[in-house]
Design a protein around this ligand. Structure first.
Ligand code: UDP
Length: 332
């Protein structure tokens, strides 16, 4: 199969490209390398391009004529989205529209879309399933929800069909040690904990201890990146077999508080790194835990790494490698 992967040089995208590449698919990665790395693209061909460059996007898509598009490229930081909403609407919504228009013009029918648990805002019922109200509390979640609406509307008048995968908290790294998260400014809890353990930052901030949760810190459902990638593979197969558009939650169904993650990170690294309790971070929901029954039932997805300690171990191995070797240090 021919797959066009936007954001394939980024964290989740690069793991997906490896999995699809190993399965023998023909891949073109379209990435502007704003946060991704050339060296992270282990399979297929990397085309350095921006989704805002409508002409180049169309030309690239037209030349390759893929069977499906997997759209990872996006801005993903909740707090940044609160400060820079227009950046998020441009990168996530306008660019997605550019991609959809290019797909329709070149006759590409299938899309796997990277959505987020942030579309739910503060869900009333935990674990949250796909029928819960869409009520984002930050521009990041709102930008992803807007594209889901656009996708749903587009299927009504075209033959485009999609699966929107609502990611919960993706963490961990490739079990072969070839890939992992490598952002210049990592904001995610797991990566920051690892960097603090390595001494790259002086202390790990815990953002808020006054939430309505048992220990006062936010609770998240951490899913290993390879399990998430497998959800993409299963979802694409199901989509192409059934022609059915679907929205699917991706998580394990149980959550850990920030304090619990910090404790496991200290255990896994063997380092009692400094932690500072600070105020809340803008845009954070207290609890986000997935009900992923639909994903399991319709696609046959079975998680392999539902183990926080294992997830953090893979993140730790990767982080040590990233900072001890000249990996992904290519010039931009
Ligand atoms: N968090 C924290 N310190 C950090 C980074 C994150 O306390 O340095 C908290 C954050 O407030 C949230 C949880 O960890 O409650 C997960 O945040 P992350 O940025 O990893 O993912 P998000 O849930 O925003 O997608």
């Amino acid at each position: 199969m021919k797959l066009f992967v936007t954001g394939g040089a980024g964290y989740i995208g690069s793991h997906a490209v490896k999995a699809f590449g190993r399965a023998g698919h023909d891949i073109v990665v379209y990435d502007n390398l704003s946060t991704g790395h050339e060296g992270a693209v282990l399979y297929g061909k990397l085309v350095r391009g921006d989704l805002s460059d409508v002409e180049f996007l169309l030309k690239t898509l037209d030349k390759f004529r893929p069977d499906a598009v997997i759209h990872f490229a996006a801005s993903i930081q909740v707090e940044e989205s609160v400060r820079k909403p227009l950046l998020y609407y441009r990168n996530n919504v306008v660019n997605a529209v550019n991609l959809l228009e290019a797909m329709l013009k070149t006759g590409v029918r299938y899309l796997i879309y990277s959505s987020t648990a942030a579309v739910y805002g503060m869900p009333k019922k935990i674990p949250v399933n796909e029928t819960a109200a869409i009520n984002p509390i930050n521009p990041y979640g709102a930008s992803k929800a807007a594209v889901e609406q656009i996708l749903s509307d587009t299927t009504k008048t075209t033959d485009l069909r999609y699966n929107s995968l609502r990611y919960f908290n993706v963490a961990g790294a490739d079990t072969d040690g070839q890939l992992g998260q490598a952002y210049a400014d990592a904001t995610h809890l797991v990566t920051r904990a690892m960097k603090t353990a390595l001494g790259l930052t002086s202390k790990l901030a815990i953002y808020g201890t006054d939430y309505q949760t048992p220990d006062g810190t936010c609770i998240r459902d951490y899913i290993h990146v390879n399990d998430l990638v497998d959800a993409h593979i299963k979802a694409l197969n199901h989509l192409m077999k059934t022609n059915e558009s679907n929205v699917l939650n991706c998580g394990y169904g149980h959550g850990f508080s920030v304090r619990e993650v910090v404790n496991v990170a200290k255990k896994v690294t063997g380092i009692d790194f400094p932690v500072a309790e600070t105020g809340r971070r803008a845009g954070d929901a207290p609890v986000l835990v997935a009900d992923s029954k639909k994903l399991k039932n319709i696609t046959g997805w079975k998680p392999q790494h539902d183990d926080l300690e294992f997830i953090l171990k893979t993140a730790w191995e990767w982080e040590k490698k990233l900072h001890s070797q000249d990996i992904f240090k290519e010039k931009k």
